[in-house]
Design a binder for this molecule. Structure first.
Ligand code: PEP
Ligand code: MG
Length: 579
C-alpha cells in the first residue's frame, strides 16, 4: 500500500480499478492474456519492437540530414535501448511466464527502469525521460490509439494522469469515470471546476506517483481529504467501504432538501443558484431546487469543437438551458477563453504569461465578430426566458463600456430584423480582477448586477496561480486582502441597490458559506453538487450568527487562521457537515 497526498478539489470517495495515463496520455492497461494466445502476443510484441526501431531509425536519419549526426545520436541511444537483450527478455518473460499483456509488460518493465533513473542525481535522472519516450512509442504501436478512447469507456475506472485539460474532463462520462487524480494542477483550475460540475471526485497536484502504479490495480481516491491510496490493505479497504456507504446515506438525506428553499433559520431567503459548464447540467440544478443558473461558463462550447460554434449552435445550447430552468433566471457569461482554456484563437506571442494576457473579454473585444455571434444568440435566447448577460474579466471601465456598446449594437441589429428581446436584457459584470473590486463604486452604477469571481480574484490579489500546486498554500480565498475586496464590493453593490452574487468556488465551501452570508451576501451561485449542502447550511444558521463570524474573520490578519476559525465555527453550527 502506498499513499500520496494531493489537493482535494471535488469531494467524494471512490474505490476501484485504475486507468493510468502516462505523461503522454497513453493508457496503461493491466490485462492478462489467455494461455493459448501467448505465442501470438509475443509475436505482436516483437512486431511492435521492430516497428518502433524502424521508426526511430527513420527519425535519426532525417535529423542527421537536417541538423547533423550530433543530434541524430539521441535516437541512437533510444535504438540501443530497444536492442538491449536483457531488457527485451525481461518484457518477453512477463508475457510468457506470467501471461501479462505486452502493453502491461512493457509499461511495467520500463516504468521500473525509469524509476531507478529518476532516483539518480543530475543528468542520469533525465534518462528517465528517454525511457518514457520509448515506452510511449512502443505503446502507440501496441495500442494504436491515444487518449481519445477515454470517451469510450465501458467499465468503471479511476483515471490517474499526469494532467488533464478542462475539456478532457468535460468529456468524461460520470457513469464510468468514478474519480480522477492528476500529478499537477492547483485548487482553482478549470479542470477542478469541471470535475465539480460533473460531481466526479478529484484530487490534483499530488506530485509524481504514476511510476508506482499500473492500470487495473486497485486504488482508493479520498477526495474529501486529498489522498490517493494505491493497492490498499484490507483494513484500509474496509474503512473506505464504510465511508462510501456513510456518504451514500448522507446524500440520500440531502435529497430530501431538493424541494425546500434556501432560507436561514431566522427566515431570510437566500437566492441559491447553480454554476454550469455544459447545458445538460442545468437539468441537474433544477432537480436540486436551484433558483436559477448564476453562471453559465459558455467557453466549453468552444473547447469541444475544432471550429468556433455558429450562432445557431450557441442558440441551441442556451435554449436548452433556459427551457430546463422553466422560468428561472439564467446568467450567461460571454466566453472566457484564453489562459487554461485555449482553442480557436491562438496568440503565440501571448503565451509567456497567459493568465495576464489576452484572455476573456480582452479577446472578445479583439475578435468582435466572434463576440457578436455569441451575443446575438444570447439576446435571441432572452425571448425564451429571463436571460442575463455577464461580462467576465473586466479590468477597466473603458473595456466594460466597449463591451456594452457591442451588445447595444447587436440588440439594435436584432430589433431591426424583428428579433429583438421582449424586454431589455440585464447586463452584469464579473468582479474578479482587483482593479474592479477596488473601484467597485465606479463600476457598479454602470451595470444591472455584479457577480464576484473569487477564483480569479484570489489568484490576482495574491499573485498565486490558481492552477499551480506549488503555490496552493498562498492561493487562499480567505486571505484578509481578498476579504476586504469582497466586503468593499458587497457594500458598494448594496449602496447602489444592485444585486450582488458570488460565483467563485468559495460559495461551494461549507465553511465559507457562513462567512459570505455574514458579509451581507444574499445570493450565491455554486457547483451543482454543492447546492443541497449549501442549502442545508443556510437552513441551520441565523444571520446574527453569520454576522458575528464575519466580524471576527475580518479582524484576523492571516488567511490560514481565518480558514481554521471558519472550519471550527461550521463544525459547531452544523456538526454533520462534511468538511
Ligand atoms: C471566478 O473566477 O471566480 C469565476 C467564477 O470564473 P472562472 O472560475 O470561470 O474563472
Ligand atoms: Mg474567473
Amino acid at each position: 500500500m502506498e499513499k500520496f497526498q494531493g489537493i482535494a478539489v471535488s469531494p467524494g470517495v471512490a474505490l476501484g480499478e485504475a486507468l493510468v495515463l502516462d505523461n503522454q496520455g497513453f493508457r496503461i492497461p493491466r490485462r492478462f492474456v489467455q494461455h493459448d494466445a501467448v505465442e501470438q502476443e509475443v509475436q505482436r510484441l516483437h512486431q511492435a519492437i521492430q516497428a518502433t526501431r524502424q521508426q526511430i531509425a527513420r527519425n535519426r536519419d532525417a535529423i542527421n540530414q537536417q541538423l547533423g549526426p550530433h543530434y541524430g545520436a539521441i535516437f541512437d541511444a533510444h535504438l540501443q535501448m530497444l536492442q538491449d537483450e536483457k531488457l527485451l527478455r525481461e518484457i518477453e518473460q512477463l508475457v510468457r511466464r506470467r501471461h501479462f499483456s505486452p502493453e502491461y509488460a512493457v509499461s511495467r518493465v520500463l516504468r521500473r527502469y525509469a524509476r531507478v533513473f529518476e532516483q539518480l542525481p543530475g543528468p542520469f535522472a533525465e534518462k528517465a525521460t528517454d525511457i518514457f519516450d520509448i515506452q510511449r512509442r512502443l505503446l502507440r504501436e501496441l495500442l494504436g490509439r491515444d487518449r481519445q478512447e477515454l470517451g469510450h469507456l465501458t467499465s468503471p475506472v479511476l483515471v490517474l494522469a499526469h494532467s488533464l485539460t478542462p475539456s478532457e474532463v468535460a468529456g468524461f462520462d460520470p457513469q464510468y469515470v468514478k474519480g480522477f487524480v492528476t500529478e499537477v494542477g492547483g485548487p482553482g483550475s478549470h479542470t477542478a471546476i469541471v470535475a465539480q460540475g460533473l460531481e466526479i471526485p478529484a484530487v490534483v497536484g499530488t506530485g509524481p506517483f504514476l511510476t508506482a502504479v499500473s492500470g487495473g490495480e486497485e486504488v482508493i481516491l479520498d477526495a474529501d481529504q486529498g489522498w490517493v491510496i494505491l493497492d490498499p490493505d484490507e483494513a484500509t479497504r474496509q474503512e473506505y467501504q464504510q465511508r462510501i456507504r456513510r456518504r451514500e446515506r448522507w446524500l440520500v438525506e440531502l435529497r430530501s432538501l431538493d424541494q425546500q428553499e434556501a432560507r436561514t433559520a431566522d427566515g431570510v431567503r437566500i437566492e441559491l443558484m447553480g454554476n454550469i459548464e455544459l447545458p445538460q447540467e442545468a437539468e441537474h440544478c433544477r432537480r436540486r431546487g436551484a433558483d436559477g443558473i448564476g453562471l453559465y461558463r459558455t467557453e466549453f462550447l468552444y473547447l469541444q469543437s475544432p471550429t468556433p460554434p455558429s450562432e445557431e449552435e450557441h442558440y441551441q445550447a442556451y435554449a436548452q438551458v433556459v427551457q430546463a430552468m422553466q422560468g428561472r433566471v439564467v446568467v450567461i457569461r460571454t466566453f472566457d477563453l484564453g489562459a487554461d482554456k485555449l482553442r480557436h484563437l491562438p496568440e503565440p506571442e501571448e503565451q509567456a504569461n497567459p493568465f495576464l494576457g489576452l484572455r476573456s473579454l480582452r479577446l472578445a473585444l479583439r475578435h468582435t465578430e466572434m463576440f457578436r455571434t455569441q451575443l446575438r444568440a444570447i439576446v435571441r435566447a432572452a425571448a425564451l426566458g429571463p436571460v442575463r448577460v455577464l461580462f467576465p474579466f473586466v479590468s477597466t471601465l473603458r473595456e466594460l463600456r466597449q463591451a456594452k456598446t457591442v451588445l447595444a449594437d447587436v440588440v439594435e441589429d436584432l430589433q431591426e430584423q424583428g428579433q429583438g428581446p421582449p424586454e431589455p436584457v440585464p447586463v452584469g459584470m464579473m468582479i474578479e480582477i482587483p482593479s474592479a473590486a477596488i473601484l467597485a463604486d465606479l463600476f457598479v452604477p454602470e451595470v444591472d448586477f455584479v457577480s464576484i469571481g473569487t477564483n480569479d480574484l484570489t489568484q490576482y490579489t495574491l499573485a498565486a496561480d490558481r492552477g499551480n500546486r506549488e503555490v496552493s498554500s498562498l492561493y487562499n480565498p480567505c486571505d484578509p486582502a481578498v476579504l476586504r475586496l469582497l466586503k468593499n464590493t458587497i457594500e458598494q453593490a448594496d449602496r447602489h441597490g444592485k444585486p450582488v452574487n458570488v460565483c467563485g468556488q468559495v460559495g461551494s465551501m461549507p465553511e465559507c458559506v457562513i462567512l459570505l452570508l455574514g458579509l451581507g451576501l444574499r445570493r450565491l451561485s455554486v457547483a451543482p453538487g454543492a447546492i443541497a449542502q449549501v442549502k442545508r447550511i443556510c437552513r441551520r444558521v441565523t444571520l446574527p450568527q453569520c454576522q458575528q463570524v464575519a466580524q471576527r474573520a475580518l479582524g484576523m490578519d492571516d488567511g490560514r487562521t481565518v480558514q481554521l476559525f471558519l472550519r471550527q465555527e461550521i463544525k459547531q453550527l452544523d456538526g454533520e457537515t462534511l468538511v
